[in-house]
Design a protein around this ligand. Structure first.
Ligand code: ADP
Length: 377
């Protein structure tokens, strides 16, 4: 018989930081959390050294870890679900580094470090892309020569899958519908943002693409843009691909429009009459409403529209701007309910045709739950 898994360590290993949380899965509660920063640049020399620090921070708790779940950016088409990090799977994962040259080495470094330090404790890789692997080709393919898909795997993959999956399950429970019968538009809106179209509990489209750059107007990413505009800028400014990548991923979006990537600052500026801040919020709301309308169509009518992430859970101002654009779907804002933050709340009026519901996400708990599920198989 398999050993019951009680205590799960969740690792989110980035290039220069490592975030962790520990869950008691019997109670479904978080029992520890922390962050190790400046890995390889002033702090611990590598991920193994960073994990040594985690073990020291956890003290006695470190000895009781039954399983470890790792956030992994990209599973491409190889991994359609979370998997145990066996030697064979690690070999396959090494081949996917090209899909996330910044994140994947750190993600895999976290797994390897855990194998060394937590000897005999199973590791599970949980992918940001996996939930979106059910997308049909008509949503996933780009209208370019198919040889780029065949040779290089260029297609839409989508990200934030762990969050979209978590709120899909939470929404189905809230609506008292079986998960395989629930139709949703899920909106994960934080620093990075993406929407997903969920039909019968499965993803059929999402706004991010080959990389997390596509789709929504984000904190520092431009989201959807005419590819020719990028080529023009590269030519005019003589940018290398790496420089263009930095421009579009780190220096665009709300930051470029307003000077701040934080929605709270931008709402504050707009309230004081700043025109750029006002425009940025309207661009954000417009694009969100545009996708909600499109996704409502492709899923054949939503049972609910779900909002989550830092903005979706908390920003009454942004939610109001989005919901005010959904009148054509028979949706009206419940102004009083919209003042509530950080909790499950129906944001639309009772007579709205489709409810809009804020549901807090919990990606770390979702990773811990998936870790337990995969190890029970
Ligand atoms: P990440 O994608 O980095 O996990 P979050 O999900 O934490 O980001 O979201 C960050 C965004 O959420 C920021 O734009 C921030 O302004 C917004 N946000 C967080 N808390 C609040 C709040 N109480 N009111 C309004 N906006 C908020």
């Amino acid at each position: 018989m398999k050993k019951a898994i009680k205590t799960v360590l969740v690792i989110n290993s980035g290039s220069s930081s490592l975030k962790y949380q520990v869950f008691d899965m019997v109670k479904g509660e978080r029992i520890a959390k922390g962050l190790v920063e400046r890995i390889g640049c002033g702090g611990p020399k590598d991920h193994t050294a960073a994990l040594d620090q985690v073990v020291a921070d956890l003290g006695e708790l470190a000895k009781g870890i039954d399983a470890i779940g790792h956030r992994v950016l990209h599973g491409a088409e190889v991994f359609k679900d979370s998997v145990k990090a066996t030697a064979a799977n690690m070999k396959k994962l090494e081949k996917l580094v090209k899909f996330g040259p910044l994140h994947m080495p750190a993600n895999l470094g976290g797994i390897k470090a855990c194998e060394k330090i937590f000897k005999g404790v199973p590791n599970v890789a949980v992918f940001d892309t996996a939930f979106h692997q059910t997308m049909p080709d008509c949503a996933a393919m780009y209208a370019i020569d198919p040889k780029y898909y065949k040779k290089m795997g260029i297609r839409k993959y989508g990200f934030h899958g762990t969050s979209h999956k978590f709120i899909t399950a939470a929404a189905a429970a809230f609506l008292k519908k079986p998960i395989d019968k629930v139709n949703l538009v899920t909106c994960h809106m934080g620093n990075g943002s993406s929407l997903a179209a969920v039909k019968n509990g499965q993803c059929v489209d999402t706004t991010m693409g080959l990389t997390p750059l596509a789709g929504m107007v984000m904190g520092t990413r431009c989201g959807d843009i005419d590819a020719a505009a990028v080529l023009s800028i590269m030519e005019a400014e003589k940018l290398t691909p790496a420089e263009a990548d930095t421009l579009l991923n780190k220096k665009s979006g709300l930051l470029a429009l307003t000077g701040s990537s934080d929605c709270r600052d931008i709402v504050g500026k707009a309230e004081k009459g700043n025109k750029q801040a006002e425009l940025a919020l309207e661009m954000l709301a417009y694009r969100t409403a545009l996708y909600i309308g499109g996704y409502n169509t492709v899923i054949g009518g939503a049972d609910a529209i779900i909002m989550t992430g830092g903005i979706g859970e908390n920003s009454s101002e942004v939610r109001e701007r989005i919901i005010n654009r959904l009148g054509a779907l028979g949706i009206k804002l419940d102004k009083k309910a919209n003042q509530k933050r950080g909790q499950v709340v129906v944001l639309s009026t009772k007579d709205s045709k489709i409810p809009v519901i804020a549901i807090p996400t919990n990606e770390e708990l979702a990773i811990a739950q998936d870790t337990v599920r995969v190890l029970a198989q």
